[in-house]
Design a protein around this ligand. Structure first.
Ligand code: SAM
Length: 414
């Protein structure tokens, strides 16, 4: 069945995209105001208390936080300085034909000449290419919410996880076992050159590092992601970055809680730790924008979507399966799109994203045992099971750290 979108859907999508851009643009104003609240609070204190705090350098620290926020803001502005990635300029109205042509194109992360593109731009199901006419007027009006800003701050922390030296330990806790299991499953193809026809999908790719690493191993790898925050941010790092450590960010300056010292909050993080454009010649790496269920779960019709059933040799899910509203559908899709003998490798918790949602979305929330039973019923043979303890985008110097006991497995299509 082909996927169609009403004008209202498209308008909603455009509005959302525009709001995300507005959030990036208003980060400095919003974050400086939050820091200024601390400054104002000092003035409510008795003179003696103020002096004691001055002796500690507390007020000076607030100045340093302001400076760090401004550095972050410059970086975030760069991310939204290239709206043409969606086929539009922000400020110039397009003619109707051009608009139609752009609408519905997928966001394919090309990397200059060195990468082949395993997928065309012709999908018409991922309505992620907004019509940006009039966006400037709308952006000026939109006031980002705490929720929006939280997403933006998370994006900064996601950069640490995926693209910094500091994040290496955290990401490799999950990514290394996934990559090892992938390489082990295809042990008959031991060299990068021999893996070029093995198609690997990484749904919920975030900022793309796992997918990039897999492409670097020689596999034909496609990431899939639907968050505009992630898509805009990964575009900059993957397509507009010329040097290791080109950007400096301060991801931890937004909260003053649980910090042992100033360094824990104010240390800069340089990104990226590798040059994303340096994939070997002949690599195949793409990032496709849109909803996983819509893109990979929609049945093929002649002249419509690309066929997906049986097309993938491996599906890698890292901190992804709990984003499902209906996990049964996620597992069915993964099973259907795998080729016979294909492998699904998973690492992640069960933090059901739609539990307690306020949007009236359904949410099926299985425990791990139920989930594995379901996977077996759908036709997977699960092996290589273990628990991996790991953090997720956490400040390694914080006095508080959440550790997920993530479930890892390799599953083959029976
Ligand atoms: C918890 S993050 C994990 C990101 C990455 N895999 C990692 O380990 O860092 C989940 C990601 O899945 C994306 N996501 C959630 N539901 C999705 C869907 N239906 N289609 C595509 N991406 C989705 C989110 O935007 C988010 O980037």
């Amino acid at each position: 069945m082909s996927q169609t979108f009403s004008d209202a859907d498209i308008e909603e999508e455009q509005k959302h995209f525009s709001n995300v851009i507005a959030t990036f643009q208003q980060y400095a104003q919003y974050s400086l105001a939050a820091n200024n609240r601390r400054r104002k609070d000092i003035y409510t204190l008795p003179q003696g208390d103020k002096e004691l705090l001055d002796d500690l350098g507390y007020r000076q620290k607030l100045q340093e936080v302001d400076k760090a926020i401004l550095v972050n803001a410059e970086f975030l502005k760069l991310i939204v300085a290239n709206p043409e990635i969606f086929g539009h300029d922000l400020d110039f109205p397009k003619d109707a034909d051009e608009d139609r042509a752009c609408r519905g194109t997928l966001h394919d992360h090309s990397h200059g000449d060195v990468h082949s593109h395993s997928h065309s731009h012709s999908h018409d199901h991922a309505n992620v290419a907004p019509d940006l006419r009039g966006i400037s007027k709308h952006q000026r009006k939109y006031k980002p919410t705490d929720f929006d800003m939280d997403k933006l701050r998370s994006t900064l922390k996601q950069f640490v996880r995926d693209w910094s030296q500091e994040g290496k330990e955290e990401r490799e806790t999950c990514y290394a076992p996934i990559k090892d299991a992938l390489v082990a499953h295809f042990s008959d193809k031991p060299s990068p050159q021999s893996r070029q026809n093995i198609r690997v999908l990484v749904p919920g790719a975030g900022l793309g590092r796992l997918a990039y690493d897999v492409a670097n191993l020689g596999f034909a790898c496609q990431g899939n992601e639907f968050s505009h925050y992630m898509l805009l941010a990964s575009y900059l790092i993957l397509n507009r970055t010329d040097a290791i450590g080109q950007y400096t960010i301060y991801p931890y300056v937004h909260s003053f809680s649980n910090l042992p010292d100033r360094e824990a909050m104010l240390r800069p993080v340089e990104i990226p730790d590798v040059l994303p454009s340096a994939l070997p010649a002949g690599s195949s790496f793409s990032l496709v924008a849109g909803d996983f269920e819509e893109i990979y779960g929609t049945e093929y019709e002649e002249g419509d979507l690309e066929p997906q059933a049986g097309q993938w040799d491996a599906v890698l899910t890292c901190f992804f399966i709990d984003t499902a509203k209906n996990i049964v559908n996620y597992l069915r899709i993964i099973h259907r799109i795998l080729a016979p003998g294909g492998v699904w490798i998973n690492a992640g918790p069960l933090l059901w994203h739609f539990e307690n949602n306020t949007t009236n979305d359904p949410s099926i929330e299985l425990d791990l045992e139920e989930l594995k039973m379901l996977a077996r019923k759908i036709g997977f043979v699960i092996s290589n099971e273990r628990t991996i303890d790991t953090t997720y985008t956490s400040n390694s110097q914080s006095m508080l750290g959440y550790v997920y006991k993530t479930a890892f497995w390799t599953a083959t299509k029976a």
